[in-house]
Design a protein around this ligand. Structure first.
Ligand SMILES: *Cc1c(COP(=O)(O)O)cnc(C)c1O
Length: 416
């Protein structure tokens, strides 16, 4: 059955009262955790409508984060691609800390403050969510515990150092494979021990209700700003809006500004080294319905329903599931989901650096790669394509240069 898409009632109807987007989302939790999530939901509903909370969040966005971030017309890149289409970038790389993640971390931190919590906790894989949350904790004067697998701690030294500098405690997770999944388990355990003083801050539009909704709501600012800015700049709406999809928070942020408009929305999943199991993280393209981390969505899984191993050159995209609202938007047909592989992302990474002077995050490079593909595939079609540039690539630079050099093997003549 195809669920409906109704733009007029979208944000009041999605999710429904039980935290579902059609059959996706929900709360698949032990009873004690479900009780805690319901408390957070109720607090969020009350606090998010308070004028004081809204005013404080606006002030933070403006004076601490540096919002609004600009929309930028990538004129040289558009021209060099040769067709009639034009690429625009929503510059979340210019948001404080260099990515969109701070948008929801500041919201979660403010919610924690209003709820009287003393500590923010979360897991982190590559460390990006940990750094954003540690930043929020420092701002609000809250304690912060970040659970991180020992293997990831060894790989991500600069982010571990950043979190510590910001005053967070990095808690090494020493069991199992010692990576992201165990860090989630460890954080849930710590949360159950003291839900009164702590708030578990989920890092994307995933996890049990109310987190997919709450993180989306905090990211909506990206889409609301981008729509206004784009119209002011060009007098029109973009024809296509595109974003990369890991858990799906930056994509939900920008898409939510345009859901009611006649714009095509394209989500881009990481195809890694190709469609073989274990070599990508394209959850909607190759997965099917299943429950992970307390919610129902598309899931890359084996015959027994165990989550499959996943991979992407962009560590922020390698998650075997995806936010339930994306699953819903996929099934309704309102958003189209496609893929970009490592090589295409690398080409976009090098091209934007060299042609526009902007080094993008490898995650964001997937969305840009898709926009570049649209320009090249239909050179006679004049479309405006708005890319959510979710973050900057400083974090990826050392790795990319060591492994792939400065781009000479990746850039065709027209993009040098
Ligand atoms: C974490 C991250 C992503 C992926 O997360 P979403 O929730 O899918 O947005 C994308 N871009 C950057 C720069 C990130 O740090």
């Amino acid at each position: 059955m195809t669920p409906d898409f109704n733009p007029a009632t979208y944000f009041s109807a999605q999710p429904d009262a039980s935290g579902r987007y059609a059959q996706y989302g929900g709360m698949y939790l032990p009873p004690d955790l479900e009780k805690i999530m319901l408390e957070i939901r109720d607090a969020y509903y009350t606090i998010a409508r308070s004028a004081r909370f809204i005013a404080e969040l606006r002030d933070i966005r403006r004076h601490f984060q540096g919002r609004p971030t600009p929309v930028y017309y990538a004129e040289r890149l558009s021209r060099k691609l040769g067709g009639q289409s034009h690429i625009y970038l929503k510059r979340e790389d210019l948001n404080h800390t260099g990515a969109h993640k701070l948008n929801h971390c500041m919201g979660e931190g403010l919610l924690a403050k209003y709820m009287g919590k003393k500590k923010l906790i979360a897991e982190t894989g590559a460390g990006q969510h940990g750094v954003a949350l540690a930043t929020a904790a420092a701002y609000f004067g809250l304690e912060c515990d970040i659970h991180m697998g020992e293997v990831d701690i060894a790989k991500q030294a600069p982010n571990v150092a950043r979190m510590k500098l910001l005053g967070a405690r990095v808690i090494p997770v020493t069991f199992g494979l010692r990576t992201l999944k165990e860090a989630v388990d460890s954080c849930f355990q710590a949360y159950l021990q003291d839900p009164v003083n702590q708030l578990y801050c989920i890092g994307s539009v995933v996890g049990p209700h109310p987190f997919p909704m709450l993180v989306r709501d905090f990211q909506r600012v990206v889409g609301i700003e981008a729509r206004e800015q784009f119209i002011e700049m060009t007098g029109e709406l973009p024809d296509v809006v595109t974003a990369c999809v890991g858990g799906g928070s930056n994509a939900m942020g920008i898409f939510s500004g345009f859901l009611g408009d006649p714009c095509e929305l394209h989500g881009v999943e990481p195809l890694g080294r190709g469609p073989k199991t274990g070599d990508h993280a394209a959850s909607m393209t190759y997965g099917h319905e299943g429950v992970l981390h307390g919610f129902n969505s598309y899931l890359l899984q084996d015959d027994k329903g165990e989550p499959s191993p996943v991979y992407s050159i962009a560590s922020g995209l390698d998650y075997p599931s995806v936010g339930p609202e994306h699953a819903y938007l996929h099934d309704t047909g309102r958003v189209q989901y496609t893929t970009a592989d490592d090589r295409e992302a690398l080409e976009a990474f090098y091209a934007l650096s060299r042609v526009e002077g902007i080094i993008p995050a490898l995650e964001s490079s997937h969305a840009l790669a898709h926009a570049m593909k649209l320009c090249r595939e239909e050179p006679n079609r004049a479309r405006s394509i708005l890319v959510n540039l979710s973050g900057r690539g400083d974090k990826d630079m050392d790795y990319v240069i060591e492994k792939y050099g400065y781009g000479d093997d990746y850039l065709p003549a027209e993009l040098r």
